[in-house]
Design a protein around this ligand. Structure first.
Ligand code: ZJS
Length: 264
């Protein structure tokens, strides 16, 4: 547990096997034996349309769900509208404090902050916490956009602004809308998802002048080589698509690429 983590509120302390869950802005208690179903899971669950009772229930529930989704967009837009120049940092949720990977994240956050960028992350542990920590300790704006997950998940403590989202797609909109660049440190499926979403948005011209920088040649080069050797060679992408990504080795190089891209 981090030295900066605030003392848990009384409500955060599990009582009699219950724990506090955060569902968007709401808090609720669930017992250890109760399975927690996230809003994303509810939304995406398939319902057999041949079962008319279930279909009716789903239609009604989905209608109300739209309002909740809408409110999540409103809350996000309201909270983030004053964010100035920002870079979103993605990376593994699994690196532990003290590891080289974690320290890389801290350095990324610090350098971006010193260059005048707000740092936005997924608000969780690992590389997200690291990047927030770097920005926070450098005195910069440090934003965490956390997501409701089926297991207990706290926002990391190094945030000047933290939000909880129920829906992945709402949160991802915020990552792109309020940042001018993406920086990725090594990560897993979540990081790759965010990277390829950004690439798709830039490739299709939905966002313009949006540098995407990957830090760690050893980690990322095999992926880029595969994209060149298989995707490009197989005519699944164009040569200029590969130019959307820049691979570097150090946090400072990443900051330099972002600045040199002319987004300011
Ligand atoms: C210990 C653990 C697995 C916690 C997961 N807790 C998380 N909290 C917030 N965002 C997350 C979490 N897991 C994945 N993500 C999203 O996916 C990316 C990391 O996923 P991964 O570890 O590379 O695949 C992050 O940039 C973040 O936006």
């Amino acid at each position: 547990m981090s030295d900066l983590r605030p003392e848990p509120l009384e409500d955060d302390v599990p009582v009699d096997g219950t724990q506090v869950r955060y569902a968007g802005a709401a808090q609720l208690r669930v017992g250890e034996d109760q399975q927690y179903v996230t809003s994303d899971e509810n939304l995406l669950e398939w319902v057999d349309p041949r079962d008319s009772a279930l279909l009716l229930e789903r239609t009604v529930r989905d209608s109300w769900r739209v309002l909740r989704i809408q409110s999540e967009f409103v809350a996000g837009f309201d909270a983030l509208e004053k964010v100035t120049e920002a870079v979103t940092v993605f990376g593994t949720a699994r690196s532990v404090p003290g590891s080289a990977e974690y320290e890389l994240g801290v350095e990324v956050g610090r350098r971006l902050s010193e260059a005048g960028f707000a740092v936005i992350t997924g608000g969780g542990p690992g590389a997200m916490e690291a990047a927030n920590k770097g920005a926070f300790l450098a005195g910069g704006e440090s934003i965490g956009l956390n997501i409701e997950l089926p297991f207990e998940q706290h926002m990391n403590p190094y945030l000047t602004l933290g939000m909880n989202f129920r829906y992945f797609f709402v949160r991802k909109t915020m990552f792109v809308k309020y940042a001018q660049a993406f920086v990725c440190v090594p990560g897993g499926i979540g990081t790759l998802d965010e990277l390829f979403e950004a690439l798709t948005l830039v490739q299709t011209g939905k966002v313009k002048r949006f540098p995407i920088v990957l830090i760690g040649r050893d980690f990322w080069s095999p992926l880029v080589d595969w994209m060149r050797g298989t995707l490009l060679a197989g005519e699944k992408i164009s040569p200029e698509d590969l130019e959307l990504i820049t691979v570097v080795d150090t946090p400072q190089e990443a900051v330099d690429v972002v600045i040199a891209s002319g987004i300011r």
